[in-house]
Design a protein around this ligand. Structure first.
Ligand SMILES: [Zn+2]
Length: 415
């Protein structure tokens, strides 16, 4: 067992000891499964977990009494669009009155609406507005989020969005993993010359993003009404040539074989997958790409169809869950609610849903060696939950059960 009792020498005196933990619920990389540990403390040294076991006062400089609460790894949200200028509640109401997401997009709403607003806003204003929103992820237990650009869609405005993500990462305790998503939509001025826009993404945006070190990943919205399979492949090749890793919006409305493409190119994650085909599932089984599912989006758009999470899970594919936080199709930052939707609409168990927003989400961001489980050597990103049973996080729904958030060994939020 990796999360075993470990003694600590005086040389390794901890900075913090968490005692009085009701249960630790975590992935165990030794056994390859989730487990529940009782009667253990956690010893933290600087930003890492030093040990899990029984420790005394003298083993650490400070102690924190968990009061019998349940402890897990910090939640990880591997798919968000948090840098935008304005919310879009008017489109929310249009959908309630009967227009579809794609109809609103075709009429110039949707992503293109957000693009027009973001282009008019200064970088400082965009930063201030995004900051107010993004810091709330921590209140709901997220300690790392992926963050995409994609409401700029010009060289200048995509770089502006990514610089805002970098500033948010510097300003907040929350870690943001930056993704360039210039291929989120075709902007207004390129509607009749999509090839020229794909060229702009490949030969100007990607080189500039890579040279300035502004993103770790490149993402494409692959869909018949947005970017086609060959366009996606071209953008992916340009991104890989410049050292960016890949993730993709695939099979959300209609499959065009992009899940298969993403797996064959070694993408870290294929996201949405409501319309994933048998051949897409076969590809995911053979490859190492995580399937990141976003049930909040189907819920918020009022759809009754969800991604086939149960089947993907039972086929042995690594399934993660994310909020897809964005002003058009999923306006939530609460992964606890996403866990509930995964349970009720996609038939994952509460424990599987927890695994999907911790260790599997870490895998979707290529960080499972660092975050996503409570084991010695891992970063001390930890949550204490005000629940009696771990299943209550998903069961007692629409609530915020987070009691305390530790990031890199430091208490950064308390209810
Ligand atoms: Zn998205």
């Amino acid at each position: 067992m990796a999360a075993d009792i470990r003694t600590v020498s005086a040389r390794e005196k901890g900075s913090l000891r968490i005692t009085g933990i009701g249960a630790i619920v975590t992935w165990n990389s030794g056994s390859g499964s989730m487990e529940i540990l009782r009667d253990r403390d956690i010893l933290i040294g600087a930003d890492k977990i030093l040990g899990i076991g029984r420790f005394e006062d003298k083993d650490a400089e400070l102690s924190f009494d968990a009061g019998g609460r349940i402890l897990t790894a910090g939640l990880i949200d591997p798919h968000t669009h948090p840098v935008f200028a304005e919310t879009r509640e008017q489109e929310f109401e249009m959908r309630i009155r009967g227009l579809s997401y794609l109809e609103i997009a075709a009429a110039g709403g949707g992503i293109r609406n957000s693009v027009r607003k973001l282009r008019q806003m200064s970088e400082d204003e965009l930063f201030e507005r995004s900051l107010k929103r993004v810091r709330r992820f921590v209140d709901y237990g997220s300690t790392t989020i992926e963050a995409k650009s994609g409401y700029g869609l010009s060289v200048e405005d995509e770089l502006k969005s990514l610089r805002v993500i970098r500033r948010l990462n510097e300003e907040l305790e929350l870690d943001l993993v930056p993704t360039f998503m210039g291929a989120h939509e075709i902007p207004d001025e390129y509607r009749d010359q999509r090839d020229a826009y794909v060229d702009l993404v490949c030969s100007e945006m990607i080189p500039a993003v890579a040279e300035q070190g502004l993103a770790e990943y490149c993402d494409v919205f692959a869909e018949p009404s947005v970017f086609l399979r060959d366009e996606t492949e071209k953008i992916f090749r340009a991104a890989q040539d410049r050292g960016l890793k890949l993730r993709v919006h695939a099979d959300e409305f209609e499959s065009i074989g992009v899940t298969e493409l993403a797996v064959s190119m070694g993408a870290s994650s294929a996201d949405h997958l409501l319309a994933v085909t048998d051949s897409g599932i076969e590809a995911l089984k053979r490859g190492s790409t995580t399937a990141t599912l976003l049930p909040g989006t189907a819920f918020f758009l009022g759809h009754s169809h969800y991604a086939p999470a149960r089947r993907l899970w039972d086929e042995g594919i690594s399934v993660a869950l994310a909020s897809d936080f964005n002003p058009g199709s999923s306006m939530t930052q609460n992964l606890q609610l996403i866990m509930t939707l995964a349970c009720t609409q996609m038939k994952l168990t509460p424990m599987e849903a927890l695994q999907a927003v911790t260790v599997n989400a870490a895998r979707a961001l290529d960080r499972s060696h660092l975050i996503g489980s409570v084991e010695p050597g891992m970063q001390a990103d930890l949550l204490l939950w005000d629940v009696d049973d771990i299943r209550q996080i998903a069961y007692w729904y629409g609530m915020n059960h987070v009691y305390a958030v530790f990031k890199k060994g430091k208490l950064i939020h308390r209810a």
